[in-house]
Design a protein around this ligand. Structure first.
Ligand code: MN3
Length: 394
């Protein structure tokens, strides 16, 4: 019997690659639900091609156009955030791929878990914001969470067959992004266009900026803590510019296992969708002679403060990772709108973390409140800076 898949965020980078995987294995997978935020043209195209049972467009403004475009297709059309949060509960779904961007993934993921759906987790921010709650819900509802993030998929693959063996530590590999090796002076002048050019991975804008600033790696450290039940000191980051080794596990006898291959997100997606069985693929194979040297270096947390801030948030716990995430979403948007510079991003996040209200044992409502308040606070910081800048210029 084929698995019925819901893809939240089907028009994004992970969403479209998930559909590629599905189209290569039509006997294994069936598309049940597709959702998108705004990209209505691609959603219409996907709906015509994959014939899901339901499509949801988050931004209700597009509802009429979507409904009209799909009127001859046997597809139910819904709109709005409420619909997105409810659609994951449909009895005909086996697994939900959470591929939306940022905090918006939290509530739909919680609802999917409560409805007993297995999760292929691509939306790392959900784990960053509320990993403890997600884990508790998953245990209560006997739901599996399969990592899609390539590093976490690598760790997961290394852990197969090691159920009774304690992890000593893990190494998350990082490409280092487009600004690896840059001095502070060089980082002062980098632009949004520079930041959007990732050397190894082709991804959405938000995660590409996060990769350039190393916040993505910081989030992955927090994600790893919750996915694999680790203490902060068991998680290390190593820069590996070729992105061939996707991460490593070290066991208590000192043995290390790594998972490697050419960087292609379709592999971790396919592994998550069909765990524990590996499906055949046409993905390009790695050749040692194309990469005679695999190199490793220490991440520079002085120039890339975000990674240090993420470790700080992880060590503080409580709602601090949620504060980190909300502040980051606001500064990344401001950077993409060319309102602040690259180096102002960590500065503003740090200020936010210092001033925000800390909650030691937050519940879901606390997280929702924290996210809201942090966004307001960080936005105000950015505005004040803009005003000060105008004042000094005059
Ligand atoms: Mn990753």
């Amino acid at each position: 019997m084929s698995k019925r898949i819901a893809i939240l965020g089907s028009t994004g980078s992970i969403g479209t690659q998930t559909l590629e995987v599905i189209s290569q294995h039509p006997d294994q997978f069936e598309v049940e639900v597709l959702t998108a935020n705004n990209n209505i043209d691609l959603l219409i195209e996907q709906a015509r091609l994959f014939r899901p049972n339901v499509v949801v467009i988050s931004n209700s403004c597009h509802y009429d156009q979507l409904k009209e475009a799909l009127k001859d297709e046997p597809v139910k059309v819904y709109a709005g955030r409420e619909a997105l949060q409810q659609v994951v509960e449909m009895s005909t779904i086996d697994i939900v791929v959470t591929a939306m961007v940022g905090y918006s993934g939290l509530i739909p993921t919680c609802n999917a878990i409560k409805a007993g759906k297995h999760i292929a987790l691509a939306n790392k921010e959900t784990m960053v914001v509320a990993g403890e709650i997600i884990n508790r819900l998953a245990i209560e509802n006997r739901v599996n969470i399969y990592p899609v993030d390539s590093e976490h998929s690598a760790i997961f693959q290394c852990l197969v067959g090691e159920f009774n063996n304690e992890i000593e530590k893990i190494y998350l590999t990082a490409s280092g992004g487009p600004f690896r090796g840059y001095t502070m002076e060089q980082l002062t002048h980098v632009t949004k266009v520079d930041a959007l050019k990732h050397p190894n991975w082709d991804m959405g804008a938000k995660i590409t900026i996060d990769s350039a600033s190393l916040m993505n790696k910081g989030f992955e450290v927090i994600e790893a803590k919750w996915l694999f039940g680790l203490k902060p000191e068991q998680i290390d980051v190593i820069v590996h510019p070729q992105s061939i080794i996707h991460s490593l596990v070290q066991f208590r006898d000192g043995s290390m296992k790594a998972q490697m291959g050419l960087p292609d997100m379709k592999l971790p997606i396919q592994y998550a969708l069909n765990f524990p069985e590996r499906l055949p693929s046409e993905f390009k194979r790695f050749s040692f002679l194309d990469y005679p040297k695999l190199t490793f270096e220490q991440p520079n947390t002085k120039n890339f403060r975000n990674l240090a801030l993420a470790f700080e948030a992880l060590n503080q716990g409580g709602n601090m990772p949620c504060i980190l995430n909300a502040a980051n979403e606001v500064v990344v948007q401001a950077f993409l709108n060319e309102k602040i510079s690259f180096l102002q991003m960590p500065e503003i996040i740090e200020q936010t973390m210092e001033k925000a209200t800390f909650i030691k044992n937050p519940n879901l409502d606390d997280y929702i409140q924290t996210d809201k308040e942090t966004r307001i606070f960080t936005s105000a910081l950015i505005k004040n800076r803009a005003i000060q800048k105008i004042k000094t210029e005059n």
